[in-house]
Design a protein around this ligand. Structure first.
Ligand code: SF4
Length: 234
């Protein structure tokens, strides 16, 4: 079934509140997971609105302000209706909204495999332990590396994944040092390294990882290769 047909269009821009039972959502749609160790698996995406960072290369700025305020029940129903084995809650920054914590638990109770993609800036300690947390620590090229919350490292477990998006060699060197300093390959199940689309050639990143025999997984943003760099909701 086409992801375009399945896409749920959400365009209202009402202001979010902090009530526990409502989530401001930018879009809900079905596609394959484009990244992480679950790449290629059919997935229901819940993209929440709002982000408190402004990464230089952000590819979802539309999520900063727009969105529809939905009940947790409604979000769960819309996402589970896609009947995918995987559910991903991403953003924006999902953990800015307190209601995302019970939302994640509701998805876990459905029996689906649940992923959360979050910047390294929010505290991840309260996230349901059944969730696979993808923690996207920010490299200097993002302009937001001073916002990383390194206390999150102590919370990581084998089902969690750490991700570094890298713009250049300086970013790579910085990430390699953080992997070593925080023993991330031991603490998390997977360490991911992604090149910034259009800025760092994947083959360059691969050559650096190989030269260092780094315990990390190079990943590409598969959805961009399939649908193009500008496509949203696929
Ligand atoms: S944390 Fe994510 S959504 Fe927020 S600015 Fe950075 S890349 Fe964009």
């Amino acid at each position: 079934m086409s992801a375009v047909i399945l896409e749920t269009q959400l365009s209202d821009s009402r202001k979010a509140d902090s009530r526990k039972d409502r989530v401001q959502v930018h879009e809900i749609y079905c596609s394959i997971q484009g990244e992480t160790s679950f790449v290629g698996v059919p997935c229901a995406f819940v993209r929440t609105s709002k982000c408190n960072l402004r990464c230089r290369w952000c590819d979802t700025p539309d999520a900063f302000h727009s969105g529809t305020l939905l009940s947790v029940d409604d979000v769960v129903a819309r996402a589970l209706a896609f009947e995918t084995p995987l559910v991903l809650v991403t953003g924006g920054e999902p953990l800015l909204q307190p209601s995302v914590l019970p939302l994640l638990s509701r998805f876990c109770e459905s029996g689906r495999t649940v992923l959360l993609e979050t910047s390294g800036e929010r505290d991840i300690a309260a996230v349901d332990p059944r969730v696979h947390r993808i923690v996207d620590f920010k490299a200097p090229g993002s302009g937001e590396s001073n916002r990383n919350r390194w206390e999150n490292v102590a919370c990581l477990g084998p089902r969690d994944e750490v991700k570094f998006v890298l713009a250049d060699r300086a970013d790579y060197d910085w990430a390699r040092e953080r992997i070593c300093e925080h023993q991330l390959s031991r603490r998390a199940g997977t360490v991911l390294m992604s090149p910034v689309w259009g800025e760092l050639e994947p083959r360059e990143l691969v050559s650096w990882v190989l030269a260092d025999r780094l315990e990390a997984r190079v990943q590409l943003q598969t959805h961009k290769y399939i649908w193009g760099a500008e496509a949203q909701g696929v």
